[in-house]
Design a protein around this ligand. Structure first.
Ligand code: 3HC
Length: 302
């Protein structure tokens, strides 16, 4: 079957199958930026590992941050099946020519932020990533299956930590509310611009890469999360929020903020990229040693 027949039959495209160059390119774009988001996303939470309030929280957080690194590796490997090189993709990230999710450019100023990231950011990631397990490109879909299993643990541990805070002292409850106030709207932005403003969605949906539009998934996230905030006894920072019998109607997203942070003017953009580039440079000796060892093994095998 040709490419379009496979897509029309809701089948899977595998690396060796014929595919339009534009299909390959948009997959490399999306998968690479997904991978970049995972590895940059390690920073906001990582900076609380040494300050976790208990050994149990520290162990959970270390496991979660390690998982994010692993998600990045699965995704760079999926991008490599499309002929992209991990080295080039990281260079595109480091030189600002490829993106990562704006959500990771916000500061984590209290322990409640770590809880809110698990609850809201990983919660939004699950809503966005579960449909990607049915993406038409095989390696991406399979990577998502594994990622989503770990993402569920991430979301549950975040919601549990928010529950403990919201049932705690008045100061802890205030910390949880303050975190919700600061992470709610950036979490809604994770689903991308509105459908009317999304240049990639129509084609990605026609090719079975995206199964639902940005606004459909955003609405799904809001409908699932508002009752959770109610359970926590917290107030979603949206005075216009209302239930219309089917959905929660929410207020206007600040798209000026979204595009400004995407362009590099967020609170932590420079810090995040500075840390990322330094980590890459500090790790050069590991890559060189691994490449030297691999070359020696190849020479032995001849
Ligand atoms: N942050 C930064 N850039 C964003 C963005 C965001 N939140 N949302 C959209 N964009 C960019 C897009 O990359 C695109 O730019 P490009 O053409 O230069 O790549 C532009 O804005 C227009 O957006 P579109 O909706 O047209 O683009 P897409 O069709 O690619 O949809 C998307 C955007 C919904 C993010 C889609 O790419 C996607 O589903 N990606 C996979 C999931 C992902 O990357 N999630 C990021 C967070 S990872 C995460 O949460 C991990 C968890 O473990 C914490």
């Amino acid at each position: 079957m040709g490419f379009q027949e496979v897509i029309d039959a809701d089948g899977r495209i595998e690396p060796r199958d014929e595919m339009p160059e534009a299909y390959r390119k948009t997959l490399v774009r999306q998968i690479a930026q997904h991978a970049h988001s995972e590895i940059i996303g390690m920073q906001p939470e990582g900076n609380w590992i040494t300050r976790a309030p208990s050994l149990r929280r520290k162990v959970i957080l270390v496991a979660k941050v390690q998982d994010e690194a692993g998600h990045g590796l699965y995704l760079y490997s999926a991008a490599e099946t499309l002929g992209a090189s991990r080295h080039d993709l990281l260079d595109l990230l480091h030189t600002g020519r490829q993106k990562y999710s704006t959500i990771f450019n916000y500061p984590t100023t209290s322990w409640a932020d770590v809880a809110a990231i698990g609850w809201l950011v990983d919660g939004a990631a699950i809503v966005n990533q579960v449909p990607l397990t049915r993406c038409s490109y095989g390696p991406y879909a399979r990577a998502m299956t594994r990622v989503c299993k770990e993402e569920s643990f991430h979301q549950r541990q975040g919601f549990e930590a928010m529950t403990v805070l919201s049932r705690g002292t008045p100061a802890q409850r205030q910390m949880a509310q303050d975190a919700l106030d600061r992470w709610w709207w950036p979490a809604l932005m994770m689903f991308g611009p509105s459908d009317a403003e999304s240049p990639n969605s129509a084609q990605s949906m026609a090719w079975g890469i995206k199964r639902f539009s940005n606004d459909e998934l955003r609405q799904r996230f809001v409908d699932a999360t508002v009752p959770q905030a109610d359970y926590l006894g917290l107030t979603v920072p949206d005075p216009t929020l209302s239930w219309d019998g089917e959905h929660y109607r929410y207020g206007e997203i600040d798209w000026t903020e979204f595009f400004a942070v995407m362009k590099g003017d967020g609170p932590c953009n420079r810090q995040r990229m500075g840390f990322r580039v330094k980590a890459h440079e500090d790790g050069a000796w590991v890559r060189e040693a691994a490449e030297a060892y691999a070359a020696k093994q190849r020479a032995k095998a001849i």
